[in-house]
Design a protein around this ligand. Sequence first.
Ligand code: NAD
Ligand code: GLY
Length: 391
Amino acid sequence: MKIKAKACGEFAPVYPVIVPVVTVPLAERSYPIFIGDGLLSSLGRRCAALKLGSRCAVITDRNVAPLYAKKAMASLVAAGFNPSLITGPAGETSKSVTMVESCYDQLAKHRLERSSFIVALGGGVVGDLAGFVAATYLRGVAFVQVPTTLLSQVDSSVGGKVGVNLKAGKNLVGAFYQPRLVLCDLGTLKTLPKREFRAGLAEVIKYGIIYDAALFARLEKDLPKLLAGHQASLASVVARCCEIKAEVVCQDETETGLRAILNFGHTIGHAIENTCGYGKYLHGEAISIGQVAAAKLSAEVVGLSDKEVDRITQLFVRAGLPIQIKLSATQRQKLMAAMLLDKKVSAGMVKFVLAKKIGLVEPGHKINPKLIEDVLRVESPIRASIVNRKS
Ligand code: NAD
Ligand code: GLY
């Protein structure tokens, strides 16, 4: 799948801005992902092209609203829409059934109809929540993703996984429901807190490990440029990540096989988020620890070389992400119990995605819980020399 570059003159009267477009090819549910600086002002025009009803709702959070809601609403109004704004608290705790109900109430108040649509303006939390609301309100209304964090631009806005958390675990209630379009305005990343940007890099690095050794090598070289917010590097990396996600999702939309590779490091990551309390570790930080643990498991089980475990560990360290977690024996037990609630558990066995080498992974490995506990020990002898030497 190739990225098509489209010339589009709307933001620059003097020279055309090149907007990379990645398509997620899912037959009649195919949709484009537009990537570029300043795209938010084109939201209304791009929604108009979808030929939906005039009533719509923008769902966002309290951090994003003051920064971007006015621009999004103005663009929709200018294109002839009648939008209402729904603003909820920021953070993982908003991915809740309570927030879903609050959104339903506000949609009903604004009299959204079957032909109406919902715009998710924000990070992965807003995207997952708003997408689930869209999937279920009136048995489904259209929705558009406008991701404003690096993590949501490269991952959560693409592929149609939407949902909320339960006390018992992450994303336990949800649906597969594809957006009608994704608009990644790279300009929104300029206001993103550094810690959140680094958390997004955890998903970026994941694509290198699971699918694309050349991307991984490019990240090793270009990490300083990405951390400095270099627009051209960001645009090409975001586009490559979206392209990989589209390539995986179009082969296995509902995760019966291949799509599971996108969960590399997530089984441990989700358990960390759940047992430490949502919000203590950002999702990207938790899966950074999870991916380093999965790399160590890979070395034990499928022969990932020490050199590659080292490269993986180093890239997360250089991105400013945590690579290990100190747990008491009780906390470790809790984490192991949380892992058994993961959606990837079958017949009581936790299944892992393991890397044979950078760029090539295999899903479906059943791992002895004792080995998982061992790699999670900070003082673990398993590959500890590598981690300790570098961190
Ligand atoms: P988030 O949505 O909580 O956003 C991070 C923080 O940044 C929030 O405080 C938010 O208000 C703020 N923010 C967002 N955009 C901003 C901007 N441009 N400027 C300033 N502040 C901004 O977190 P996230 O990392 O984007 O997403 C994490 C969520 O995504 C998790 O719930 C995770 O489970 C989910 N996720 C879903 C998928 C999927 O396929 N659906 C994939 C990966 C992750
Ligand atoms: N982020 C995992 C998936 O979309 O399948």
